[in-house]
Design a binder for this molecule. Structure first.
Ligand code: SF4
Length: 292
């Protein structure tokens, strides 16, 4: 298949087995972990956990990637759509609140094939870096969208993620997700059934950027949830960029959260600053990927 699945629009030949294009991944998904996960927002993880499928490979190249071993290192196990459908069943049987597709952008074709085999009865969560094709979002395949809004500035997007057009696509895709999901809805346990959560990871020396993003959410997706994240660690190639080669400071974070709290936005999650620890990075040892 000639792939134009993400804004890179490589038109590259990807087969079930062989990867190509900017992401370099095959059509059949490579998965690093498929297990219950408790580290997402409370309305996603809840008490029973989110049925999280961590996909390998990525169409962004964030220099500070917190999951570099799978996104850039491509660690994982390749599975067929049939096995992916079995994983849905297994996660559902474990009591998952949802099926949470982490970094699904380059695997939407395989997810759609798997959903033809088995459609879970729990919500489907599209958990992406925000660098998506809005046409894919408009297909309305998923119930909940958990999307990053990393940058407004094209300079930062190019420097740190290799995508100067990041905001152009993220803005359209997030607006599309807001439109297709409508007002957020929850079940009796407070688990989101339909809706949009916009995540922003605060970077060092980037409080102005975070404030621009809070303003954007206020103007464009007021009823969506905004999740402000403090868990930045200078991982990956961050050491090549002295200005981001540290955690964010308490002062930086307080400036951002105070602005969010004063913004008038009602649906805001605020992560604790103590979350900036590598104990939050899951073990990507292929748990739950192969049939037992
Ligand atoms: S999914 Fe991969 S091959 Fe397809 S357009 Fe995006 S980067 Fe290129």
């Amino acid at each position: 298949m000639l792939c134009n699945a993400c804004p890179r629009r490589c038109n590259a030949e990807r087969t079930e087995i062989n990867g190509s294009g900017y992401c370099g991944m095959p059509l059949y998904p490579v998965i690093a972990r498929a297990e219950l996960h408790f580290g997402e927002e409370p309305c996603i993880s809840g008490e029973k956990g989110s049925g999280t499928v961590f996909f390998s490979g990525c169409s962004l190249k964030c220099v500070y990637c917190q999951n570099e071993i799978i996104s850039h290192g491509k660690k994982g196990i390749r599975v067929t759509p049939n096995r992916l459908a079995e994983i849905f069943v297994e996660l559902e049987e474990k009591g998952a609140n949802n099926i949470n597709f982490v970094n699904p952008t380059h695997y939407v074709w395989a997810i759609k094939e798997a959903l033809k085999i088995y459609k879970p009865k729990i919500p489907l969560v599209y958990n992406s870096g925000g660098y998506d094709d809005p046409l894919v979002i408009k297909e309305n395949i998923f119930d909940v969208y958990l999307m990053d809004l990393k940058y407004v500035s094209s300079e930062k997007a190019l420097k740190y993620s290799g995508a100067s057009d990041y905001f152009y696509y993220a803005e359209q895709s997030i607006k599309a997700a807001y439109k297709v999901t409508g007002k957020p809805s929850f079940n009796e346990n407070g688990i989101m059934q339909r809706g949009l959560i916009i995540r922003h990871l605060v970077l060092p020396l980037a409080t102005k950027e975070a404030i621009r993003i809070i303003d954007w959410v206020k103007e464009n997706a007021r009823e969506a949830y905004l999740s402000i994240m403090a868990q930045y660690l200078p991982l990956g190639r961050a050491s090549d960029y002295p200005e981001i080669n540290r955690k964010i400071t308490k002062r930086e974070y307080e400036k951002v959260i105070n602005y969010a709290l004063d913004s008038g936005l009602e649906n805001v999650y605020i992560q604790q600053l103590s979350s900036a620890s590598d104990t939050f990075i899951p073990d990507f040892g292929g748990q739950g990927v192969l049939k037992k």
